[in-house]
Design a binder for this molecule. Structure first.
Ligand code: AHR
Length: 524
């Protein structure tokens, strides 16, 4: 009996053993062949007046016991500075098309409701000056979306004059009286949001008529933005792959091709959440491998969607003057039990870190057209970087991916070739590994490798030509389970750990744990 048990055990070990063996992956990088620039704006953030995204997440007020600078929480500022946020899209989202900027300036704020997001009170204590102060504190730039839905071109034009005029107009004096004599910089201007839906349910033709008027009259007067650093205008674009959005992209790009001197756009927005189906039902915590595989399989649809809309853009803009700006993306799951469903509260797991890496790599591979992206949303909402609860703060696995990817901001893509292999689970088959490489601004070569397989490690053989690669080191992000999360009580369950390659036979060998994201720099 005993020998039978031992025999059975050995058979089980023998069957299990190959699953544990590291999969070999050969990764070739030609460092002498540069590709497109990976615009730092691919790492943009999105902060809407929604749930605790602004209030509690950023704004606590200057009389709060939570340490703050002029009402903006210091812990959040320190964390965001470390990920070099290039721009923040604000005030929405759906909120933007009902936002009236005058409600949020001066000593007397207008208290309203927020019908899109839980019908709660919107105190407007966080308005233009507070947003610009926040941007300044984290060292970022403003991506302001104007109200094309329920607002007027006049209102939006006044807002831009208020923010950017340097000459002594009445609006400039009002801004100065409210505490900011110097003009603000508005780097990006959103001409509406989802105008085919929450932004006013418009047809493409109606939107175009309206958008052209906003494009013409909503001017930036900041003298520092006249020649260089001109404000980029982003038109509403598609929200998926359905026919109606194909038609939308066609209509806007066709109009762009025929545009005259009196209006222009520099970008077309695209929104694409990883949701599987609406309403969002997947759990953000307490899930297993089925949900891991299905969500990651679904998130890869981003690639096809970019290809589809880029192909339409190419028809009308071969020179790629108009950027595709994926200014809302990320995992959208069921609201956490007990939370206000209108607040879009969800946890953020290792799965989200891998989802973020896969999407950023897709953007980088399309860097010639995709020159902006804003993950939704920055704090406490959807796939957030940061979670807060009063004085407590936790950094999410997605935050750490953004931190590890900082060297890729404004880097230059370098071609990578590899045999991805496949990871299969149930009905889902995904590439086992993903990778990208780039040279950072200081000339250093950086490599990112994601091991999607939750069971098998990957032994990556880096074969670098074009430079004399001697070693590689960096960080790896992984966790015990696919749904591991950082909480206020255990904020360090998922944090990056050091990793380094060993040199062998003229190649660099990296051992990557299952379900991990790694970024290394190559030393010559
Ligand atoms: O990010 C939440 C919402 O999703 C945004 O307000 C809207 O633009 C999109 O539908």
């Amino acid at each position: 009996m005993r020998s039978l048990l031992i025999g059975l055990t050995l058979i089980v070990i023998a069957i299990a053993a190959p699953r544990m063996a590291a999969q070999k992956v050969e990764l070739s990088i030609d460092a002498s062949k540069p590709g497109a620039k990976i615009d730092r704006n691919l790492f943009g953030q999105f902060a809407e007046h929604l749930g605790h995204g602004i209030y509690d997440g950023i704004w606590v007020g200057s009389d709060s016991t939570i340490p703050n600078t002029r009402g903006i929480r210091n812990d959040v500022v320190v964390a965001l500075k470390a990920i070099h946020v290039p721009n923040v899209r604000w005030p929405g989202g759906c909120f933007a098309d009902e936002y009236h900027w005058r409600d949020g300036i001066g000593p007397q704020r207008i208290v309203r409701l927020n019908p899109n997001w839980g019908g709660v009170i919107e105190p407007n204590t966080f308005g233009t000056h507070e947003f610009m102060d926040f941007i300044d504190q984290i060292g970022s730039e403003a991506y302001v979306s104007v109200n094309v839905g329920s607002g007027t071109p006049h209102e939006a034009a006044d807002w831009l004059e208020y923010m950017t005029a340097a000459q002594a107009t009445t609006l400039e004096k009002e801004r100065a009286a409210n505490g900011h004599p110097a003009p603000y910089k508005v780097a990006w201007l959103g001409l509406g949001n989802e105008s085919w839906d929450c932004g006013g349910n418009m047809t493409p033709e109606y939107y175009l008529d309206r958008m052209k008027i906003f494009s013409r009259f909503v001017r930036n007067y900041n003298p520092a933005q006249m020649e260089k650093d001109q404000m980029l205008k982003i038109a509403v674009g598609p929200g998926g792959s359905e026919q109606r959005w194909t038609e939308w992209t066609e209509a806007v790009m066709k109009a762009y091709q025929q545009h005259t001197w009196s209006w222009d756009i520099n970008g077309l927005s695209m929104h694409n959440y990883t949701v599987v189906k609406w309403p969002p039902a997947f759990k953000s915590i307490g899930f297993g491998e089925d949900e891991y595989a299905q969500i990651l399989k679904t998130t890869l649809d981003m690639d096809d969607l970019i290809k589809k809309h880029s192909a339409i853009m190419d028809k009308y803009d071969l020179q790629k003057k108009v950027a595709l700006v994926v200014d809302e993306w990320g995992g959208w799951y069921a609201p956490l039990p007990g939370s206000n469903p209108g607040f879009l509260v969800q946890q953020n797991s290792l799965r989200d870190a891998i989802l973020a890496a896969l999407n950023i790599n897709i953007f980088a591979r399309h860097a010639d057209r995709v020159r902006g992206a804003n993950i939704a949303q920055m704090i406490n909402v959807l796939q957030a970087m940061i979670l807060t609860d009063h004085e407590k703060m936790a950094l999410t696995p997605t935050y750490y991916v953004y931190k590890m990817y900082v060297p890729f901001q404004d880097s230059t893509c370098v071609p990578v070739t590899f045999e991805a292999g496949s990871y299969k689970h149930g009905d889902f088959t995904l590439p086992r590994v993903d990778a990208m490489a780039a040279r950072s601004k200081d000339g250093k070569l950086w490599v990112e490798i994601t091991n999607v397989d939750p069971h098998q490690a990957a032994e990556v053989e880096l074969n670098v030509t074009g430079i004399n690669a001697k070693s590689a080191s960096g960080e790896i992000l992984t966790a015990p389970k696919v749904d591991s999360v950082n909480t206020f009580e255990s904020p360090n369950t998922i944090v990056p750990k050091p990793i380094s390659a060993r040199a062998h036979g003229g190649k660099l060998i990296l051992q990557l744990e299952p379900k991990s994201v790694s970024v290394v720099s190559v030393e010559q």
